[in-house]
Structures are given as C-alpha cells and as structure tokens.
Ligand binder design. Sequence first.
Ligand SMILES: [Zn+2]
Length: 186
Amino acid sequence: MRSRLNGPFVLPVRDIVRKPGEMREHVFPVTLAESWGEGIVAFDAGSTLDVDVRLESVHEGILVSGTADGEYSGVCGRCLIDIARPVEVEFQELFAYPGEEETDFEVQDDHVDLETLVRDAAVLALPFQPVCQPDCPGLDPKTGERLTESIGTEQAAPIDPRWSALQQITDQDGGAESRAAEKEES
Ligand SMILES: [Zn+2]
C-alpha cells in the first residue's frame, strides 16, 4: 500500500520515530474534498472534520488514536425530511514500521497517513437507519404526507425520555377525546 504523502491527513512523525514513550498531539480541521458515505446520510464534500489526534511512539511503530468531529447530513429514513447531525468519530490504529510483514497501516517515509483510518471510522459511525427524531412516525401510507405535521406541532417536537412516562399518562387521560377529535378531522 502506497499512499500520497501530501494529503490533508498526512502527519510527520520523524521526531518520534523509534523513540518509544515519545508522544505528539495534533489538532487540525480538514475540509472534505469528496463526500464520505454511500447511504441516505453522508459527510458531504466541503464539510469540515475537526481532527484531534495523539501519536504515540511504541516499539512496533506509531500508535494513532483520536477523534474527528463532523456533521453528517441527508434525509430521515422514515419521513424523508432533510436532517443534519453532529457526530464524534473515534479511531485508533497501530501504524507499524515497514518490515517483513505487509500491514494495512505503515509508517512511510517518516509520515503517517490517517485518511483511510478516519474515513473508515467515519463511515461506520453513520447511522444505518437515520431518523429526524427517535419516534418519527414516518409518512402516511395513503396520502404520502409526513405524519408528524398532521398530528400537530406539540407531537412534532422531540419528547425528552424523562417526560415520556408522563406523556403516556396524559395520552390515556385524554385518549378518548383526542381519538374522537382525530376522527372528526379526517
Ligand atoms: Zn422523520
């Protein structure tokens, strides 16, 4: 595996190579040149990842660990409304010194290239079934309209889990009335 040594995720490690115990930290923003992710949500091209990385020299190579803070965007998997959410991606990998065995991550010419590592972690952090809110009721199968809006603005707001028990009680109390009201409306 040969990677470019001039990418935005390439860091020099010359001053800590083969000095176990030495450590360096880097904090830097990266603007994505292309979008990351193939699903209905992705990290868009042009969006920024704030990378916070620690490079530790160990006997076998350079241990890389850190986080990348970004925002994915796309649509809700149920109601198709546009969504964007901040997410923190964690990653860790040992970049080995070049040796007899071929490894996926290697120290090359006194540099480490974190792009594949951060990209794989970021794509894995994307939700498989993204939703605009945990209880999104989706679309009306008959009209195709977004159900959150037809029920009313009160329901559209995300309900704090600590209030949901109370919400159930309220629903039971006023259940018969609101069901009747819904019938009249439709
Ligand atoms: Zn939704």
